[in-house]
Ligand binder design. Structure first.
Ligand SMILES: [Zn+2]
Length: 407
């Protein structure tokens, strides 16, 4: 048993701040959360960690990462010069960086050769250091479509169901579908072009639901966003309302997303300011205004960084998570709301809300402690004093690698 005491304990839900609080942990689970002394008799035998001036809160959740992004695949030979063995090492390094930034659960939304499952299981075994991983494996996409090189090409409904079932058979925790094109794949449809219609998206949702899993739909185009809502996906990724002439927010469609309760992960990351400089102020500000208008309409947005992708020559690294949360603040979110969308809401959207995302008895001891008070200064989330993943302490923030682990 361990007891962590701090000046503040946040459960993750807005308005639930315990001043001078304590969390009692038994192995990998939380036993109790309350004010100092609330653990009662059990505390006598527990090892005590006292953190005055600190805030204890749930480990952060990144709902959209690519720990093993590799787009160097030759379209004819369908091979990459990077071996699976090398890629898996790179993924392990990315996982270590991610957890060192306080992320204790990450949903990997696209990897090749089921390597995300290998890494997920290795972390659970204690063989590698990283967050709990919710793995989508191969994204379902049209032949030659967005991220086709990850191995999930399927054009008609039968093929879509086949790829979905193969992913689930291999052990996928959720499915990812590319409802629209994207910017990153040469020769694929651009972002504003839908790749699948509502019926095809519904086939993906049905396959996932038959195993109790959710679906993440990558959707930039208006028709792809609408189709994703109609099909009943769990989360819409990006949701940029992109058209050939830039971001065009459609209030009626935003209302539809809000009313459906579908989660939106706008993939906000720490490289925002650098991308804004390189790719133009006007376009990025129009995008940010969209995140703000979704907030005003009541859309349930969640934190996810798309880490692993390079945006042009700007690397979106796995340690930029808090920088992404600061972009939510620029879109009008208050700090308590941001902590909620980074913990409680993101965990629920990733399908792990029962076991993670808040400090509650019975849940995994996925806990961080930071010096200061992130309710007042969001940047205090960088002052990590403690990271526990299922009660296991992660303390490698001082180790630096030489090469970039971004794709
Ligand atoms: Zn992505």
């Amino acid at each position: 048993m361990r007891i962590i005491r701090a000046s503040r304990v946040l459960t993750g839900r807005p308005g639930e701040t315990i001043t001078d609080g304590e969390v009692l942990i038994d192995g990998s689970r939380i036993v109790s959360v309350g004010p100092r002394g609330s653990a009662g008799e059990a505390a006598a035998a527990a090892e005590v960690l006292d953190l005055p001036g600190h805030t204890v809160l749930p480990g952060l959740v990144d709902a959209h990462v690519h720990l093993g992004f590799d787009d160097k695949v030759d379209p004819v030979t369908r091979r990459s010069p990077e071996s699976d063995a090398h890629l898996l090492l790179r993924m392990a390094e990315n996982a270590r960086k991610l957890v060192s930034a306080g992320v204790t659960t990450a949903r990997d939304l696209g990897a090749r050769d089921f390597l995300d499952l290998e890494l997920r299981d290795a972390i659970e075994e204690g063989l590698a250091v990283g967050p709990h991983i919710v793995a989508a494996t191969r994204p379902i996409t049209i032949t030659g479509g967005h991220c086709w090189y990850m191995g999930g090409e399927a054009d008609d409904e039968a093929a879509i169901r086949r790829v979905a079932r193969e992913n689930l058979r291999a052990g996928a925790d959720c499915l990812k579908v590319m409802a629209s094109g994207g910017q990153m794949t040469p020769g694929a449809p651009p972002s504003w072009v839908p790749q699948y219609g509502t019926e095809q998206l519904r086939a993906v949702v049905e396959e996932a639901a038959s195993r109790g899993k959710g679906v993440a739909a990558h959707a930039h185009a208006h028709a792809a966003i609408r189709g994703s809502v109609e099909a009943g996906v769990t989360t819409i990724e990006h949701c940029t309302f992109f058209t050939p002439s830039g971001h065009r927010y459609d209030p009626e469609l935003v209302e539809l997303v809000a009313a459906s309760g579908t989660y939106v992960c706008p993939t906000v990351h720490g490289a925002f300011h650098r991308v804004r400089k390189v790719h133009g102020q006007e376009m990025l500000d129009a995008w940010l205004a969209g995140v703000a208008s979704m907030r005003e309409a009541g859309v349930r947005q969640i934190a996810g960084t798309d880490a692993g992708f390079a945006v042009g020559d700007v690397a979106n690294r796995t340690d930029g998570y808090v920088g992404g949360l600061e972009v939510f603040a620029m879109a009008g979110y208050g700090n308590a709301e941001i902590i909620e969308l980074a913990t409680v809401l993101a965990a629920d959207a990733c399908g792990v809300g029962e076991v993670a995302g808040s400090l509650d008895p019975g849940k995994r001891a996925d806990i961080i402690a930071v010096a200061g008070n992130p309710l007042e200064r969001l940047s205090d989330l960088r002052n990590l004093a403690l990271v526990l993943v299922s009660g296991r302490s992660v303390g490698q923030a001082g180790v630096e690698t030489v090469t970039s682990s971004v794709g």
